[in-house]
Ligand binder design. Structure first.
Ligand SMILES: Nc1ncnc2c1ncn2[C@@H]1O[C@H](COP(=O)(O)OP(=O)(O)O)[C@@H](O)[C@H]1O
Ligand SMILES: [Mg+2]
Length: 321
């Protein structure tokens, strides 16, 4: 059974006061997320990520299509007990302390006092809110609030966790800690579905990703597949050989570009059609030595940018209407 699946999930909003017209915040999204996966839901601002999460949480209703979580429709009470959710902008009553807040959420799940104390204390330790647990939330930084939000999402030991931009507003150290936390959840068998507009977050974590742009799914699959698709050449770093020799290689079309890195170090960019061994063999006859060789591939960032550039502009309703 899939942890999460959607089929043609679509959400239209009516926008414009003088000339009201439908606008597809999400258009025909079909996705499957397996149990135990860490799934990255990627896309720039406005792509439709939060809309999707709200549809899955039954905070808003789809215009068409359907979704299932753990084989049941969203909003099913049995499902609600087995999932956790961190909203994009969690709002907490900020005169409560971290401890009091979690205790309150624990009572919503029906836990007794001792159980609430145990869970609250363990979770605050886990998300790194140690000494600050008796501090009012209004004194918390954005990063600390984000951790409290994550603790809240994990309070009921969920099987599936939905995190909407869990790393946003965090400094690099905070991001790393949240990443580690997500990996711990994965090791425990928890399914994690998180959204992000920062691709490095997904690169470090995800078994699979979906990339959303303009309300539409533009790519999905294992990150390694998406990367592999875009290997487009080799970078050779060499030393011991002078610029004139390298210039000849370039002039023959065997290198697209030659860049001096340091006094005696050059980077050559070879197209995929040129075998690096041949170029190296030739350079060796001139005293050249290989320092390193790297496949040239687009980063996820490049991919992202290209997909967005290719997405139809202003035509969000052209399939829906
Ligand atoms: N209540 C709403 N009414 C009208 N448009 C909305 C509403 N909520 C979201 N949108 C629009 O839907 C699109 C997707 O938004 P959202 O799902 O929040 O994107 P993301 O989370 O990927 O940044 C955006 O263009 C946003 O302006
Ligand atoms: Mg969002």
């Amino acid at each position: 059974m899939d942890a999460i699946s959607t089929e043609g999930l679509t959400k239209h909003y009516t926008v414009g006061f003088w000339r009201p017209r439908p606008y597809a915040a999400l258009d025909d999204l079909s996705l499957r997320v397996g149990t135990g996966e860490v799934f990255g839901f990627l896309g720039p601002n406005g792509a439709g990520k939060t809309t999707t999460l709200k549809l899955l949480m039954r905070l808003i209703f789809p215009t068409s299509g359907r979704a299932e979580i753990l084989g049941r429709p969203p909003g099913d009470p049995d499902v609600a007990r087995r999932i956790g959710y961190l909203p994009e902008q969690p709002y907490f009553y900020d005169y409560l302390t971290a401890e009091e807040l979690l205790d309150y959420f624990g009572s919503l799940f029906g836990y007794g006092a001792a159980e609430r104390r145990r869970r609250t204390s363990a979770l605050l330790d886990e998300v790194g809110i140690g000494g600050e647990r008796r501090l009012q939330l209004r004194k918390f930084s954005k990063g600390m609030l984000q951790r409290v939000g994550i603790a809240q999402a994990l309070l009921n030991d969920p099987e599936v966790v939905f995190l909407d931009e869990p790393m946003s507003g965090l400094d690099p150290l905070g991001r790393r800690e949240i990443r580690q936390l997500i990996l711990q959840l994965r090791d425990r068998g928890c399914t994690v579905f998180f959204s992000s507009h920062v691709l490095a977050d997904a690169e470090a974590l995800c078994s699979r990703v979906a990339i959303l742009a303009g309300g539409r799914l533009v790519a999905s699959g294992a990150l390694s597949d998406i990367h592999a698709f875009h290997v487009h050449g080799w970078e050779l770093v060499v030393s011991g050989v002078g610029e004139p020799v390298l210039e000849q290689v370039r002039a023959r079309g065997q290198a697209l570009r030659v860049t001096r890195l340091a006094d005696d170090r050059f980077a050559l960019e070879l197209p995929l059609t040129v075998a690096p061994e041949r170029v190296l063999a030739e350079l060796a006859t001139h005293g050249g030595r290989l320092v390193s060789i790297n496949p040239l591939r687009d980063t996820l960032e490049d991919f992202f940018v290209r997909q967005i550039a290719a997405a139809p502009k202003g035509g969000r309703m052209d399939r829906a209407s």
